[in-house]
Design a protein around this ligand. Structure first.
Ligand SMILES: C[S@@+](CC[C@H](N)C(=O)[O-])C[C@H]1O[C@@H](n2cnc3c(N)ncnc32)[C@H](O)[C@@H]1O
Length: 200
């Protein structure tokens, strides 16, 4: 079964229970990431909409996309929590059906660890951003510590198989390879969970 189909089915299956993961994600991380957005924002892999309550009021509009319709169904319940208009659409970040240069910011939290081709997804984010626009990522990734990285490499086939989750990706390098200028890389949990801000 193709990997994207595997991960879509998993999130479809767990959509109603997904929010328990939020118990291990400090809300200050979501708040920090969302507070860096402005103008017209694309949130990719919006999931159940856990970032919706944290968008600043000065954002003009949020377009939230995800491959999983059940995850979007859960997100729809959070839309009334903000005055900022939020529109949800089923879409694959690897093939965004959105015009080039149409967003001020793209936000993704814990998404590029699951996207089958993260480089292609990041290229698409770059395409839809306006010149001068910002990509904001909250992401877990492979550590630069050699021993920890070895453990992550060893565990990765298991996490991919069970959760569709890659734990050893070089996401900061991928962001640069996709054409972004990296502005902020902030370690939030060792160098495994990081906030990344990068400009087009
Ligand atoms: C770990 S969840 C994170 C959800 C949310 N961003 C959060 O912080 O709670 C990963 C999300 O990415 C979505 N996803 C995976 N592959 C995707 C793709 N190719 N395009 C769009 N969304 C995708 C999944 O359906 C899921 O909702």
């Amino acid at each position: 079964m193709p990997q994207q189909v595997m991960s879509k089915i998993k999130y479809d299956d767990i959509a109603g229970k997904y929010d328990v993961v939020d118990l291990v994600i400090p809300s200050k991380w979501r708040h920090r990431a969302a507070s860096l957005t402005y103008g017209r924002v694309l949130e990719v892999g919006i999931g159940t909409g856990l970032n919706i309550p944290f968008y600043p009021n000065h954002c003009q509009e949020i377009i939230g996309i995800d491959v999983s319709a059940p995850m979007l169904g859960q997100a729809a319940e959070r839309v009334p929590l903000r005055k900022v208009p939020v529109k949800l659409q089923a879409m694959d970040v690897q093939n965004l059906l959105l015009p080039a240069g149409s967003f001020d910011c793209v936000l993704a939290t814990f998404v590029f660890c699951t996207v089958p081709d993260p480089f292609q997804g990041l290229r698409e984010c770059h395409r839809v951003l306006k010149p001068g626009g910002n990509l904001v990522l909250l992401e877990h990734m492979g550590s630069e510590n050699r021993q920890l990285r070895q453990v992550m490499n060893w565990l990765n086939p298991l996490t991919v198989r069970l959760l569709g989750d890659h734990i050893n990706r070089d996401t900061v390098k991928l962001v640069a390879a996709a054409g972004f200028r990296t502005q902020i890389v902030e370690n939030l949990f060792g160098d495994v969970v990081r906030l990344v801000v990068a400009g087009k």
